[in-house]
Structures are given as structure tokens and as C-alpha cells.
Design a protein around this ligand. Structure first.
Ligand code: ADP
Ligand code: MG
Ligand code: ZN
Length: 479
């Protein structure tokens, strides 16, 4: 029998607030020594009292709005009770039946067009400490304890791993545009739990699901889904049945393994957090947050198509990263009065600039070439002051040094030689030293001309105007 998968995803995104969610300790623990960003609240000392971080609540509401959710008028925190060494309080402050946001959706591109993935809820909770296992000992770092986590739970709407992939990339793009999370999956700023079930093809009812916990990277998420779908398929093909259980992911062996039978809400003995007042969220506040939202990636993509006449491919590349989209628009604004088309700017960015970014591993926010200078470079090219070869070289120097285009051209003597009288002696020299090529050309092999132009370019270090050069060569060789 053939089975089809159903997947639901829970994503934990670390919020980019300066301080933790219930105390004023810094939440920027990346480079801090262990246990230096702690206080009685995030260490869970008896008698200490949490205070809610307003910014964290705003970020969750903003995300909810971006994901087309209903924002709760009344919300509260609950205690989720469980014991684990990285959670000294014995409970995590989370949200249970009254999350901040509910019932939204996000659109993804799939092979057949667009598809809506339902969002069950978006809520706020605190992160736990971190266990570090070394040499048979376990150490605990509480710097991460109390860092705000936003949990985004989808409905069971995915029917393939490809859809999950598209969703995660889309979600990350939205979070980055909003500035609420770095979305850096390699650094654990986005972590996942996936629910997977299989049902016979053509049957509406979903199968029994398994939850895979602690997927700390994008790669782990995708690999674990592939493994788990295959595993369940094998069990079912052999007439077995799937147990409702929680499985872990062994990244080294590439397998999921049973952690425990599924825990249910009762096991956590949820109850309203008595140390925090419930939240009443006024519609004015929601609208005020909405008014501060930036243009989202989808809207920006559509605007790039209509306003700048870009291809879908270019618009996609340019809006993938907000800093790149900003850079493009700044350059376009400067270029417009100088008669340069948006498409030309797009080509330079998606071609040469992306190549330089990739080769050097530079973040788009750290581009040293101001948009003005990119435009200046294109102007020089359009004026025929420099050749295309020189222009690419100048961009590379600008990229690494931050120097101005005109300064580099002056320093390196790159002004194009368009004067036929200056190029003629070099053409003569090239004809003299390449008798074979000349013979081939005269024998009718016209493509050899390109080689000869190349030789002149080499001799002038890319400065000779290629059109003037080709014209001269043609004239002299037919004489
Ligand atoms: P839990 O208490 O187990 O966390 P939730 O209702 O919060 O239950 O759902 C967790 C996740 O399980 C959601 O992302 C949801 O989409 C997903 N899910 C629900 N039913 C199924 C199913 N039959 N197959 C796969 N995923 C499912
Ligand atoms: Mg869950
Ligand atoms: Zn603290």
C-alpha cells in the first residue's frame, strides 16, 4: 500500500531583545563566559519575581500580524512543570491555552503554485540553561536561561519535506525582515520539533503521529524527516503500527530513536503563572505595532516586479535579504537621475557583487561599497571612461578597500584608451607577433579576431576600447 506523510512543525525562534524575558540580564550570551549573565530570577531562586519584557511581547505580536494571525485581547502565562537539570526552577514559564496569537497562515511557493500553511499559534516562553557534557562530567551554563523564545506552531498542513523546507526559509525571511530574530539556524537561533504521521494514500483521516524533538539545525530537521518518513513507511508496510511517541534525533548516526512515550498536557500540570499578571492587549496597541512594521518580503517582491520591471528571478534574489533589497533601492534612487535603468543595477548586484560576497563570506550588512559608488562605476562605464574588464576589477578593489571608484581608476591608470592613434601601434605589434592567428583569420576563420582583440587588451591591461580595437584589426588585416 502507498502511504502519504503529514507534517506539523514547531519552530522556536530566539528573540533579538537586549534583555531576557523576565529579568534585566543581557540575552546576548553568544560570547559571554558561562554563568556571567545571571540573576536570582533567571537562576530560579525562591522568592524572586519575574517582570515581563514588553519588547518581547511586541515582537511576538508583530510576528503574529505578519503571519496573518488573530491577536488575543486577553492572554496569560502558564507554568509548564517538568524536571530537568537545565531547568532549576522545575517549571518553564510558557503559554498554554491563551497564546498571544492564533489562527494565521503563511504562503509558500511549491511546484504547483502557492500553498497556504496554517499557523496554529504563536506564543512566548523562556529558554532553559544549557548542559555541556565533557569528559564524563556534565556542566551547566545558565546564560541562556530566561532568554525569550517565540514558538510558532503550524497546523498539520505539510505533505512533503520540500514544503517544510520552503516554509522554514520563508519564515526565517519574515523574522529577519521584522528584525525580531537573527534567524541564524547554525547558531541555534531557530530550533525545531516536528510531528510526522503517515496515512494510506487517498484516505482523509490522518495517521498516528510521532514527535521528533531537539532538532537544532535546518539540516537536522530535513534529514530527520526523511529518516522518520522512511521508518514509519517500513513499519506500516510490514503490517506494524506506529506508536504515539516522542523520538530524539541522533545527528551522528542519522537516525531517530525512542525517547519516551508521548507526554500529554496533563503530565505538565499546567496552571496559570501566579507571579505574572495576565495581559490585556488593547487594539490601539496592536495597531500601533502594525504601523511600525516594515514592508514584508512578499509585498516587496511584488513591488520590485511592478515598480522596477525586474524578472521574477531577479526580484526573488534581491528581496531574499532585506539589506540587499535596501541596497538595491538606494542605488536605483541615485541612478535614476543619471539615466541608469534598475535592471542594470540589478545585474551588477546579482552578478559581480554576489560573487564577491560569496567568495569572501561577507555579510550583506558589511558591504563596503556605498550605493553611490556602485552608481559612479556604472556611470564611468557608460561614459566609456573604463572598459568592462576594468569596471569589474575596480568593483573588486572597492569591495575590499572601500575606496572611491574614480580614485581607483586614477591610481591604477585605468582610463580607457579609445583613441585609435594610441591603439594602432599595439595592434601592429599584436599582428606581428601572432602570425598563425593572422593566417587563420585571413583564411576565413573570423572568430580568431576575438583572440587578437584579447591580445591587445592584455597588452593594455584591459584599457583599450574593445570596439575601436576590433575595428582597427579588421581594417589592417583586410588591407
Ligand atoms: P502537542 O500537545 O503534542 O504539542 P499540538 O496540538 O500542539 O499537540 O500539536 C503539535 C503539532 O502536531 C502541530 O504542529 C500540529 O500541526 C501537529 N500535528 C497534529 N496532528 C498531526 C498529525 N496527524 N500528523 C502530523 N502532525 C500533526
Ligand atoms: Mg508540542
Ligand atoms: Zn536574570
Amino acid at each position: 500500500m502507498e502511504y502519504e506523510p503529514t507534517i506539523g512543525l514547531e519552530t522556536h525562534a530566539q528573540l533579538l531583545t537586549a534583555s531576557k524575558v523576565f529579568c534585566s540580564c543581557s540575552s546576548n550570551y553568544a560570547a559571554a563566559s558561562p554563568n556571567t549573565l545571571v540573576c536570582p530570577v533567571c537562576l530560579g531562586m525562591p522568592g524572586s519575581l519575574p517582570v515581563i519584557n514588553q519588547r518581547a511581547v511586541e515582537y511576538v505580536i508583530m510576528t503574529g500580524l505578519a503571519l496573518n494571525c488573530r491577536i488575543a485581547e486577553f492572554s496569560r502565562f502558564d507554568r509548564k512543570n517538568y524536571h530537568y537539570p537545565d531547568l532549576v526552577k522545575g517549571y518553564q514559564i510558557s503559554q498554554y491555552d491563551l497564546p498571544l496569537c492564533r489562527d494565521g497562515w503563511v504562503e509558500i511557493q511549491v511546484s504547483g503554485g502557492t500553498k497556504r500553511i496554517g499557523i496554529q499559534d504563536v506564543h512566548l516562553e523562556e529558554d532553559t540553561g544549557k548542559l555541556i557534557h565533557v569528559g564524563g562530567q556534565s556542566l551547566i551554563d545558565f546564560n541562556r536561561s530566561g532568554v525569550p523564545l517565540m514558538e510558532i506552531v503550524t497546523k498539520p498542513d505539510f505533505t512533503s519535506i520540500e514544503e517544510v523546507r520552503e516554509y522554514v526559509l520563508k519564515l526565517r525571511r519574515i523574522l529577519r525582515y521584522l528584525g525580531v530574530s537573527s534567524g541564524n539556524m547554525e547558531e541555534g537561533a531557530m530550533r525545531f520539533e516536528a510531528n510526522v504521521s503517515l496515512h494510506p494514500a487517498g484516505v482523509a483521516e490522518k495517521g498516528t503521529r510521532v514527535e521528533i524533538k531537539n532538532l537544532n539545525s535546518f539540516r537536522a530537521l530535513l534529514r530527520s524527516l526523511e529518516y522518520e518518513i522512511n521508518r514509519q513507511n517500513q513499519v506500516l508496510q510490514q503490517g506494524g503500527k506506529i506508536d504515539r511517541e516522542t523520538r530524539g534525533w541522533d545527528d551522528e548516526r542519522g537516525v531517530t530513536f525512542v525517547q519516551r512515550s508521548k507526554e500529554f498536557a496533563d503530565d505538565y500540570r499546567y496552571f496559570p503563572e501566579p507571579d505574572l499578571p495576565p495581559l490585556e492587549i488593547s487594539r490601539e496597541w496592536v495597531e500601533e505595532i502594525r504601523s511600525r512594521m516594515p514592508e514584508l518580503p512578499d509585498e516587496r517582491y511584488r513591488r520590485f516586479l511592478s515598480e522596477y520591471g525586474l524578472s521574477a528571478y531577479d526580484a526573488g534574489l534581491l528581496t531574499d535579504d532585506r539589506p540587499i533589497a535596501d541596497y538595491f533601492e538606494q542605488a536605483v534612487a541615485i541612478a535614476k537621475p543619471r539615466g541608469i535603468q534598475p535592471k542594470t543595477i540589478a545585474n551588477w548586484i546579482t552578478g559581480e557583487l554576489f560573487r564577491l560576497l560569496r567568495a569572501s563570506g561577507t555579510e550583506p550588512t558589511a558591504i563596503q561599497v556605498p550605493p553611490e559608488q556602485l552608481v559612479e562605476l556604472i556611470v564611468m562605464l557608460n561614459e566609456n571612461s573604463i572598459t568592462m574588464t576594468s569596471a569589474k576589477h575596480v568593483l573588486e578593489v572597492m569591495f575590499h578597500t572601500g575606496k572611491a571608484a574614480r580614485d581607483i581608476v586614477a591610481e591604477e591608470g585605468l582610463l580607457q584608451i579609445a583613441d585609435a592613434n594610441q591603439i594602432a601601434p599595439i595592434v601592429d605589434e599584436v599582428i606581428r607577433t601572432n602570425p598563425d592567428a593572422v593566417a587563420q583569420y585571413k583564411g576565413g576563420k573570423e572568430t580568431v579576431l576575438r583572440f587578437l582583440v584579447g591580445q591587445v587588451m592584455r597588452a593594455t591591461r584591459g584599457k583599450a576600447d574593445p570596439n575601436v580595437t576590433a575595428e582597427l584589426l579588421r581594417k589592417k588585416l583586410s588591407a
